[in-house]
Ligand binder design. Sequence first.
Ligand SMILES: Cc1ncc(COP(=O)(O)O)c(C=O)c1O
Length: 441
Amino acid sequence: MGFKVDNRIRRAIERDRKFMITTTKEDFPLVVQKASGDYIYDVSGNRFIDFSTFISVYNFGDNSRAEVRTAIKKQMDLLMHNAFTDYYSEGPVNFAENLLKMFPSGFGKVFFSNSGTEANEAALKFARIFTKRPYVLAFYGAFHGRTYGSLSMTASKTVQREGAGPFGPVVHAPYAYCYRCPFKLEYPSCGMACVDYIKKYPLAKEIPPGETAAIFVEAVQGEGGYVVPPKEFIKGLREIADDNGMLLVDDEVQAGYMRTGKFLAMDNFGVKADIYTFAKSIGAGLPLGVTVTRSSLGDMKQGAHANTFGGNATVVAGADALLAYVKKNMHRIESGIHERSRIVMKRLNAMMDRYEIVGDVRGIGLMIGIEIVKDKKSKTPGITERDAIIKRAFELGLVLLPAGECSIRIIPQLEIDKKVLENGLDILEESIKAVSPNAHT
Ligand SMILES: Cc1ncc(COP(=O)(O)O)c(C=O)c1O
């Protein structure tokens, strides 16, 4: 495919830079116009295979499914905004009830908002109110959002916090990022030093356990670099929380909603949290944040927390239609994810064998990351190489997104056509090869 930056693309980018105060746009000139299923189309008619799902939003196909769009259109003709905080309405409660069936027993309370950061703000506020404790433990590499409570827990890149402090009472600990273990140990002989560290340092020297409301964690770290921790890490956090009367809050905003092959990413670790947060794909393309709490935690006082648009009629109509599809086809969806995951992992592992700059391949289900390095021995982050791979892939017709310092995320829609998946992986390999100094193929 001969991608060229034409005048329309150039103008769109110039105007974006002129009028938008800040964005996180990457260094490739994608000016989107429409999208469908496995593909994104730009304003100049170029077609791209999508391995980004519009930042992990369209888990079931770009621009969502036809029945989701039909439900949204139908609801829009009836009533778009329903003031769910102040007026009763049936749709959001139906959706809440349907959603709760996807959770372990004992989860019976839902709060709706408009984004991941708001879902986490609510979780943070609820955790503090439920426990009557002020502090929170979160992790380096975590991304929980960009409003103040969530940003206080986010420790992904300093640019996200620079000049914006002071932040809330949150202490960070190292995540179980085994490829770059902060303790320079190796799993499993490490004996989970990262779990011990939490007990020996933050909770012994900085935040009294009896004053710590919650541990906030992503079961699989997303923006931090698609990092899959050992099961013992998540289990260890559960134990620390239980031993000290803290809540475990699981941010499923990126890893949840079937991305890892299970509805809850945390289920891959055999652990249950006390509060779960969702956004991105749960809204089926429209803005929806969801905070789900264990019923035994109780209720908030009336008026303790609210917003204008949470439980919006149009949004939940789409979300409920997508959830119905997922439930109806669960078995096929699950096995399809595992099959596609095996295809991707096999190809990526072969690339890791073949190319010196592919340092690590890791993932669960279709939440897969590859870490690019200068060379396997030094593991020096291959930041320019990673960026060059993404750029080259784009020119060849594949949209990829970075994660962490030097990783690339592979997050196609969960039912991507297997031929399209292979084509995308071919483009990825061609791009890695083009950027590799020592390709020995
Ligand atoms: C794990 C996680 N939590 C929270 C957020 C914030 O979500 P939002 O951008 O909808 O506020 C993100 C966004 O990337 C995320 O990946």
